[in-house]
Design a protein around this ligand. Structure first.
Ligand SMILES: Nc1ncnc2c1ncn2[C@@H]1O[C@H](COP(=O)(O)OP(=O)(O)OP(=O)(O)O)[C@@H](O)[C@H]1O
Ligand SMILES: [Mg+2]
Length: 179
């Protein structure tokens, strides 16, 4: 059983039900390694019709894996904010979720113009949103601060002319919270 489950967990494209089974078995303390799952969803720049779909996919995936609704909510907020940033300010991009034994890792990359001053962009109220974005209700400059508030760790990288990567970590309560 152990060997079978270990084998199963190495394939990221497994049916969710098997991953779920492996997770529950691991939680029961029968064996150490937890399943790892990584899924990626495409984000299309400037596509406001489909904007939000990637983060909803992540939310549904975590729901199907029985994660705590409060944890899912925090990941969903961060997923949505970062996805909207790609759609508004970035280019085409990808939103990935990785399920680790003690944490969830949400990574959003895009091939847009990048962020010139990350420290400034992280400040509440700073926004370069245009009039069209503001008419849709965006542009308060609260997306990145909101991601910082709702994740346990956030890392933003934007090398010159090389897009943007936002990586957030969420510790799974009682299983690896480092405080
Ligand atoms: N992926 C990105 N590519 C390029 N610039 C970005 C990216 N994400 C954020 N920024 C820059 O950082 C600024 C702050 O982002 P933040 O999400 O905090 O606010 P906002 O998107 O302008 O407004 P809000 O999120 O409140 O609707 C943006 O206005 C933009 O200049
Ligand atoms: Mg934003």
């Amino acid at each position: 059983m152990r060997a079978i489950l270990l084998g199963l967990t190495e394939d990221a494209d497994l049916p969710l039900v098997k991953v779920r089974l492996a997770r529950l078995t691991a939680q029961s303390g029968n064996f150490k390694p937890m399943p790892q799952l990584k899924k990626s969803f495409h984000i299309k720049g400037r596509d406001f019709i489909r904007a939000g779909e990637a983060s909803i996919n992540v939310q549904n995936l975590l729901k199907s894996m029985d994660f705590d609704p409060r944890l899912i909510r925090r990941v969903a907020i961060c997923g949505y904010e970062s996805e909207m940033n790609v759609v508004m300010h970035g280019g085409d991009g990808t939103l990935s979720i990785e399920v680790d034994n003690d944490k969830l890792i949400l990574e959003i990359t895009d091939d847009g113009p990048g962020i010139e001053d990350i420290e400034l962009a992280m400040q509440a109220g700073y926004s370069t949103a245009n009039d069209d974005h503001r008419e849709m209700g965006f542009g308060a400059g609260m997306g990145l601060p909101n991601m910082k508030k709702n994740s346990d760790q956030i890392q933003v990288e934007s090398p010159p002319n090389d897009g943007t990567v936002v990586r957030m970590i969420f510790f799974i309560p009682d299983k690896g919270k480092s405080d």
